[in-house]
Write a protein of this length. Structure first.
Length: 299
């Protein structure tokens, strides 16, 4: 039985964009992925993004992506929304991944803005519409111009929201003003894709988070969310401020690198990275330990 969705929270509220664990020799660690998924859901996540940016999707094969989705569904699919990242900069390839994810049983799709090609807004509209037409699954757009090179403009988001299966947006644009207008005009379920802005985005209408730091502070994120929803702004602000060292430390360098380092320090499944990503230096690891400790994370 899949977890409960509502039109306001189609993918839950606290989601972590899960890393992809590898074995020491760089192979896919499916057992580790299942153990990590259980740990994350037990910690308070009601959704997991599989094969997203934090999952090193540019360096995993289509078969590995499928195996990961299947493994995580087996582990936590009855307790959490399992959303498959299927975005590429090739629409045809993206549609293949979307259909593959649907066959495997994913509860939804995460579709990132096509990167590198820098398409115009009409190209984005047609790309995302094709994805939504390809399956019966709900779609979360992923707007991250810092990686993709182009934003999804508010007008395009409004057009896309008319599609019955385009129901949400993961916002990593870093612009609260544009987010405010887009939330008001599109009606999409809005998820923060920038941990430092989790609380500010809630204040302008976001319904939840797609987090990286959720790997290590999911209970605190859920507590902050529930405090905000309950009207306890002071408590939510206090939690946000307590987590500032974590937000800062996890993004001093590339986020997948720091996340895997943090999980390895905690003895959780993570393993190495695939090139071109590399492990942290000793100095970077020492700083990460200080940052996490300052935010109350036990290592």
């Amino acid at each position: 039985m899949a977890p409960i969705s509502t039109p306001q929270t189609p993918f839950g509220r606290v989601l972590t964009a899960m890393i992809t664990p590898f074995t020491a020799d760089g192979a896919l660690d499916l057992d580790g992925a299942q153990r990590l998924a259980v740990h994350l859901v037990d910690a308070g996540n009601d959704g997991l993004i599989i094969n997203g940016t934090t999952g090193e999707s540019p360096t995993t094969t289509d078969a590995e992506k499928n195996d990961l989705v299947r493994a995580v569904l087996e582990a936590v699919g009855d307790r959490a929304h399992v959303v498959a990242g299927i975005g590429t900069n090739d629409t045809r390839h993206t549609l293949e991944l979307a259909r593959q994810a649907e066959r495997t049983g994913a509860h939804g799709l995460l579709a990132v803005t096509p990167y590198y090609s820098k398409p115009p807004q009409e190209g984005l509209f047609q790309h995302f519409t094709a994805i939504a037409d390809a399956t019966g699954l709900p779609v979360m757009l992923y707007d991250i111009p810092g990686r993709s090179g182009v934003p999804i403009n508010t007008e395009t988001l409004v057009r896309l929201a008319e599609h019955p299966r385009i129901v949400a947006n993961k916002d990593a644009k870093g612009d609260l003003g544009r987010a405010s207008w887009a939330i008001a005009q599109s009606g999409l379920a809005w998820y923060s894709g920038d941990d430092m802005l989790n609380l500010p985005l809630l204040s302008v209408g976001a319904v939840g988070f797609v987090s990286v730091v959720g790997h290590v502070v999911a209970p605190e994120l859920r507590e902050m969310l529930e405090a905000h929803l309950g009207g306890d702004v002071q408590k939510a602000t206090e939690i946000h401020q307590k987590l500032l060292p974590v937000f800062t430390g996890m993004f001093r360098t590339q986020g997948v690198m720091t996340t895997k380092a943090a999980l390895n320090l905690q003895g959780l499944p993570a393993g190495p990275l695939r090139l071109p990503l590399v492990g942290l230096t000793d100095e970077e690891t020492a700083q990460l330990k200080l940052d996490l400790a300052a935010g109350g994370v036990q290592l």
